[in-house]
Design a binder for this molecule. Structure first.
Ligand code: CAA
Length: 256
């Protein structure tokens, strides 16, 4: 799958997916979300880490706001037309958009969002779709949907609440205020922060640390830890046993 605003590079077990529409601050559209969903689906066991990042001044300034205008974005569906289709059509459209975000949770690789500049609205939600986040000190995150009379609906509300708690999530979304890199780090929204000039290096260090460990173990770990969010203790203990059994048997198998 190719998209004019997406660069995909694979270097051994690491795939880097770059939003590449810097003139519009990597604003997002339905065709980009479809391309992101296909990229997430295309990640196989040979890829161990995916890095999501953006070119130019921003990681992503969110949905292309021209989608709400009468002119729309050339080649993209317009929001007024989607809304005119009625409730079922709106629900179907949003479900398709969400795939570009939620599918990253199912892909076998560890997904890292490397965030610099702005991560606004859909940009913030794309960062939340990743497993891990590395941010520049001067990056800022803002959930601006409420200022457009909307709610975040691209898969971001669940991860946000899990990461920072209900009260902080509500405050962030209700006010739309910017959350800076250091604050994001202090509340657990991002895993690490680095000066903008060192951001790529900080991501590389994290990638290297993941690559150093067992591919099979990390592949089993991601769904195991994600399941812990919903499982009760007994269910999670069973999930641990199920994940560990083939790993332990493989490790203890006599050499042939
Ligand atoms: N959509 C389309 N174009 C955008 C854009 C967006 N979201 N954000 C920035 N751009 C464009 C600007 O129109 C401008 O284009 P021109 O050069 O042709 O005028 C260019 O990118 C540079 O923007 P600025 O001059 O504003 O750059 P800045 O560095 O001063 O500010 C910014 C950057 C803070 C990101 C600011 O552009 C901004 O606030 N953008 C809008 C952010 C926004 O409200 N996004 C929607 C959030 S809601 C959402 O995403 C989810 C949803 O479903 C509703």
């Amino acid at each position: 799958m190719t998209h004019p605003h997406l660069l995909v590079e694979t270097n051994g077990p690491v795939r880097t997916i770059t939003l590449n529409n810097p003139d519009r601050r990597n604003a997002q559209t339905p065709s980009l979300w479809a391309a992101l969903a296909q990229e997430a689906q295309a990640v196989g066991d040979d890829i161990r880490v995916v890095v999501l990042r953006g070119t130019g001044a921003s990681f992503s300034a969110g949905i292309d706001t021209a989608m709400f205008s009468a002119e729309g974005v050339p080649g993209e569906e317009r929001m007024d037309q989607v809304a005119a289709g009625g409730s079922d059509a709106v629900q179907r459209a949003i479900a398709a958009y969400q795939e570009g975000f939620t599918r990253w949770a199912q892909c076998p690789a560890v997904v890292i969002a490397q965030v610099h500049g702005h991560a606004i609205g859909a940009g913030f939600q794309l960062a939340l779709a990743a497993d891990l986040r590395v941010a520049a000190l001067d990056a800022w995150f803002a959930m601006r949907e409420t200022s457009l009379g909307l709610v975040p609906d691209l898969g971001g509300t669940g991860p946000l609440v899990h990461l920072v708690g209900y009260a902080r999530a509500l405050e962030m979304c209700a006010t739309g205020r910017p959350v800076t890199g250091p604050e994001a780090h202090s509340i657990g929204l991002v895993n690490s922060i680095a000066p903008a000039a060192d951001l790529a290096e900080a991501t590389e260090s994290l990638v290297d640390a993941i690559l150093f460990t067992s591919p099979e173990a990390v592949r089993a770990l991601k769904p195991l830890l994600r399941a812990a969010i919903d499982n009760d203790p007994a269910g999670q203990a069973a999930a641990e046993r199920a994940a560990q059994t083939p790993l332990l048997m493989g490790r203890m198998a006599p050499p042939v």
